[in-house]
Design a protein around this ligand. Structure first.
Ligand code: ATP
Ligand code: MG
Length: 271
């Protein structure tokens, strides 16, 4: 792994990248996962690489939904396993949710590699691995064939961070409450979920856990109120507006990095 200078202006973003590359080399992350990360990064740039107020609100509602659930399940893919394995295990403990490996590009090797990473992070039980759990159900489409009968299949609330749009839509149509973490508020996943947290998964998962700890002693009535007061359409609208307002401000500047802007001015004076 190459050294990232601690004072580099994009140190955190580079560290996240390195985790993915390392995950790819260990067989956890798929090639397409690297490309998906690039899409996420682009939106993180637009958001300002920090948790916004609507994202924090969505994280709170997500926590309430997971606490109310009878069968909450956290779906884990390669990118999630590479970026936040410990944080996923911590969230599963606080919310008593099961963890299921759920891959778009499924191979036995990747399933096992992801299982190991999660176990190293402290997970006791990992669903969705191996033939016994990925039994094929002929009349269902491929994604559904591959869910675990003890996990996503019977879940009432599923957290699917960085999920594909088709599968999110299908989960919704199965009547599940779908929570997602997706930096792109325009993706089909962001649009189809019941609760969309538009934030980087590295910030969002710890936020859900923190909120769940705060809400843990609330009555189910109170938790339901939290859930009912939430409007995903409005929340997504606020996120798009945050991006819009930020871009408007940046557009006024053109060059927004102070040092670059200063050099630009100096050069113009010389010319
Ligand atoms: P969709 O299928 O939902 O329309 P897509 O095909 O563009 O979206 P997928 O690969 O199916 O994308 O899903 C990955 C999603 O995860 C993308 O929307 C991407 O922006 C987002 N993403 C990638 N990395 C992160 C991250 N670290 N945190 C949060 N979201 C991320
Ligand atoms: Mg997709």
């Amino acid at each position: 792994m190459f050294e990232i200078p601690p004072n580099h202006p994009r140190a955190e973003s580079l560290r996240i990248r390195e985790k993915l590359i390392e995950g790819f080399e260990k067989g956890i992350v798929a090639k397409a996962g690297l490309i998906a990360h690039g899409r996420g990064e682009a939106f993180d740039y637009l958001i300002g690489e920090k948790t916004t107020e609507p994202a924090l609100e969505a994280a709170k509602v997500a926590a309430a939904a997971m606490l109310i659930a009878k069968h909450p399940v956290i779906s884990v893919n390669g990118n999630v396993a590479a970026l936040v394995p410990k944080e996923i295990v911590e969230l599963s403990k606080v919310t008593e949710a099961k963890i299921e490996v759920n891959l778009f590009y499924r191979t036995r090797e990747r399933e096992e590699a992801i299982k190991s990473v999660l176990e190293e992070a402290g997970a006791k039980e990992i669903l969705g691995v191996g033939e016994a759990t990925s039994a094929t159900i002929p009349e269902l489409s491929s994604w559904r064939r591959k869910v675990d009968p003890r996990g996503i299949l019977v879940a009432d609330v599923v957290l699917v961070p960085l999920e594909d749009g088709d599968r999110t839509e299908a989960l919704r149509k199965m009547g599940k409450i779908v929570i997602t973490v997706d930096l792109n508020p325009l993706s089909r996943t962001a649009q189809w979920a019941n609760i969309t947290i538009v934030d980087n998964v590295v910030r969002a998962i710890p936020n859900i856990t923190e909120q769940a700890k705060k809400l843990k002693n609330f009555s189910s009535g109170k938790l339901k109120e939290v859930l009912k007061s939430f409007d995903n359409r409005k929340n997504l609208g606020k996120m798009i507006e945050i991006i819009k307002d930020r871009l408007t401000k940046l557009a006024e500047k053109g060059i927004y990095i102070p040092e670059a802007s200063q050099i630009y001015e100096e050069m113009r004076r010389i010319e």
